[in-house]
Write a protein that binds this ligand. Sequence first.
Ligand code: ADP
Length: 327
Amino acid sequence: MFRSATLKLTAWYLLIIMLISITFSVVIYNVSSTELNRPLTGVINGQQRMTFNLDEFEANRRVLVSESRERLVLNLVIVNLVTLALGGGASYLLARRTLRPIQEAMDTQGRFTSDASHELRTPLAAMQSEIEVALRDKDVTKSQMKTLLKSNLEEVHKLRGLSDRLLQLTSEKHISLEPTSLEEVAIAATNQMITAAQAKQISIDNTVSDITVQGNADYLADLLDILLDNAIKYSPPETTVTLSTEQHGRHVYLSVADHGVGIKETDQQHIFDRFYRADTSRSKTAAPGYGLGLPIAQRIAELHGGSIDVESTRGKGSEFTVKIPVA
Ligand code: ADP
């Protein structure tokens, strides 16, 4: 599809270039012809007329003019042919360049749709097979039905979580920003995560200072939830997760550090891609998730005019740092 679009755009660019080139050639030809055809009478005065034969001169001149005109046409044809060849190449490169961002956006969209469908299929398939087995069994008991419904409900929760995440990723291009206390957001986020942390005997050390940023409290809370949730998920029991801030100039650096499994260097460049999960999270630790948390965190940071970075060492831990402008 993109090949034919590129060729069509190339043809349009080339058509424009050739129209300009041919128009200029016609103008140059007409102006030059008019100049060459200017009669000598009027230029030569009466005395000069007597000293040489004007008719003979005029005849020679006409031959010369006609030769010059032929040469001019030939040169203009050559110039147009060269323009056609060079313009064709340049138009193709330009067309590819113009269409590349659209192609990349469409590829990303396609990948996103197929990844999302894949993630949606898994819980749906699990629910479907459980229900089918239960329906085939004529002697199914009430308690078995309850177990089935419980398991189905778990899948429904997963589906809901996934659709919430997908919505978060695709909705709202702009958010309202106002002076927001990072300390308050951090305390609320820590409180929200305390149960999950206690379940693994992980302590959360919150040292966030009273800094006011230009932000949106709900979105910043979501961002911290994601980072804290990951820090807890990917840390062994009885470790500490630290939340801290530093201010440099007009920016505040909010960090969430853990002493968990860490992230391989090759994975670090992909963890902000949608649906990316490092192998360790898929298999060994089997931590639940869809690989959508960090892309959402990155989007929230960018909506605040900031960015997010990671520093991590395998087996030692990770530190995610969010940079946001102060109010
Ligand atoms: P999810 O946690 O749902 O898989 P994320 O987008 O939040 O998705 O994270 C992407 C991947 O980055 C995770 O699968 C995990 O491999 C890695 N990761 C994120 N945070 C941490 C962390 N604190 N420690 C180790 N690995 C992490």
